[in-house]
Design a protein around this ligand. Structure first.
Ligand code: ATP
Ligand code: MG
Length: 484
């Protein structure tokens, strides 16, 4: 089916038509960025562009599947030959096609941590926490720095013992991966980066394959990833990045939200498209999201106008504890369903898994059908995809529960955002650091802007987290959404 141009507004149409050279589509949630990406790709296919020359990067394999079916519904051709996937899965494929030893296995984040844990247990590296060591290893790999420089910095900031401990754990970890003939997730990207740097022929071959590259959720790419993407687009220069700096929520894993704002400076001749209409959410939800994000240091912001005339509903409730919260939510879900909603219209979002424990038990004991969307999807799915694991449980008619991180890019008619308490959202670790606090606010912004019609916010006076009962106050974000 050809794209119906009447569906897209004037700005969206301009973004879709602008297929050549560097392009940045930067705008607020629900403004149709992902819709434009799909329409651009469909347009390329319909204009006769070869499928194998089109690369489309999204954040999770689930998002990639959605993207594929969206493109499919717009384009008159099938999309089987197109490259659609996460940067990790695409780098894995590139290494198998062009790398010096293509028969490696992939070690997921859990396994990486386990290796570090065992090494720390077995040797005396002077390392305080295996988890911290694993995080440092990952951060180091994402940094593209030399080991000596990294350790020197560490020595200045953390002292000699810490830096020496890191170096020896890192080296033991790398040895272990070698013995297993395994690459961890960071290696997938890092090895492609090195391959392109050291083998100009490989770079030329790989980058000449991709005539058109599009990347959704670009605000959450890391510096290393953008370098790989830059190499991949070096021959044809048709690179379209799409995102919203206000929705950058992976700073803790090395994503750099400034990269999307800087894109036009880094790529001369970039055309920037700002979409200004929110087609997703009812007015009150657009207003609350706008109020909230205005408390952050302004990133490039585009004014947002809700397309919808209806106000929608935002309901904030305070409960004595998480059990009362669970009871009330189960009851409300029952009411929504008896009023005609499907379970699958409803999503429950939370900052941390532990905040949903009571609610999950209550939903299960009351036989409300639920699907728990798994944690660590962006990475775990690489392995699942490679092993042919069918990941999707039956989401057809179930309430979906997930962390806010997992919800990005999605939309639901009804959203429950639970755990709006200081120390939960914003997370306690972010409270003393402005940058971290701003990332928490962006997380909250992402969460509320998933809602189409109804948004339920809840705060508890006490909540059991990791078997401890905590007394809590409502999140500052609740007042901020009200413009207070
Ligand atoms: N011109 C339009 N007219 C009507 N509906 C539209 C239009 N453009 C987009 N939509 C709808 O608006 C919703 C949001 O679109 P989309 O998911 O592409 O937004 P987005 O900018 O990618 O949001 P996010 O930043 O949350 O990823 C979708 O349901 C989409 O079908
Ligand atoms: Mg999107």
């Amino acid at each position: 089916m050809p794209i119906d141009p009447s569906y897209l507004d004037r700005r969206q149409q301009a973004a879709v038509a602008d297929t050549e050279g560097p392009v940045a589509i930067i705008s607020c949630p629900g403004s149709g960025k992902t819709a434009c990406l799909a329409a651009r790709v469909a347009r390329l296919l319909d204009s006769g562009e070869g499928q194998a020359g089109i690369l489309c990067l999204t954040f999770t394999n689930r998002a990639a599947e959605e993207m594929r079916s969206r493109i499919q519904s717009y384009a008159s051709l099938d999309t089987d030959g197109m490259w659609i996937g996460t940067i990790h899965s695409v780098c894995g494929r590139l290494l198998r096609a062009y790398g010096p030893s293509p028969d490696f296995s992939i070690c997921d984040e859990k396994e990486s941590k386990q290796i570090v844990r065992e090494l720390v247990k077995a040797g005396s590296y002077g390392v305080r926490s295996p988890l911290e060591a694993a995080e440092h290893i990952s951060r180091f790999k994402r940094s593209t720095m030399e080991l000596d420089d990294w350790c020197n910095n560490m020595y200045k900031n953390m002292g000699y013992t810490y830096a020496a401990g890191f170096r020896s754990v890192y080296q033991a970890y790398q040895n272990e991966l070698k013995v297993r003939n395994a690459l961890d997730f960071d290696d997938l990207i890092l090895h492609v980066y090195h391959l392109f740097q050291n083998e100009p022929n490989v770079l030329a071959a790989a980058s000449s394959c991709f005539q058109y590259i599009s990347i959704d959720e670009y605000q959450d790419t890391s510096l290393l990833e953008t370098k790989v993407i830059q190499s991949l687009s070096s021959v044809h220069d048709n690179l379209c990045v799409i995102g919203d700096p206000n929705q950058s929520i992976y700073g803790w894993r090395g994503s750099v939200h400034q990269l999307i704002s800087q894109f036009p400076k880094n790529y001369t001749g970039t055309t920037v498209h700002n979409l200004t209409t929110n087609y997703r959410s009812a007015r009150s939800i657009v207003t609350a999201a706008g109020n909230l994000i205005s408390r952050n240091t302004p990133l490039i912001s585009t004014p947002t106008r809700p397309a919808r005339g209806d106000n929608g509903h935002i309901i904030h409730s305070r409960y004595m504890d998480d059990e009362k919260e669970a009871e009330a939510i189960v009851q409300e879900i029952r009411k929504l369903v008896s009023d005609g909603r499907n379970y699958s219209d409803i999503a429950i979002l939370y900052r941390i898994h532990a905040a949903a424990d009571s609610l999950i038990s209550a939903l299960r004991s009351q036989a409300v059908p639920i699907t728990l969307i798994r944690e660590d999807l962006p990475d775990q799915e690489v392995i699942d995809a490679e092993n042919g694991v069918a990941e999707q449980p039956d989401e057809d008619n179930a309430v979906r529960l997930m962390t806010i991180h997992q919800s990005k890019g999605m939309e639901f008619p009804v959203v429950f955002l639970i755990g709006l308490e200081e120390e939960v959202l914003p997370h306690w670790r972010s409270l003393s650091n402005t940058e971290h606090l701003e990332e928490e606010r962006r997380l909250c912004y992402v969460a509320i802007s998933r809602a189409v019609d109804r948004l339920y916010l809840s705060s508890c006076r006490s909540r059991i987290l990791h078997r401890k009962s905590l007394n809590l106050t409502p999140s500052r974000f609740v007042d901020e959404m009200r413009g207070r």
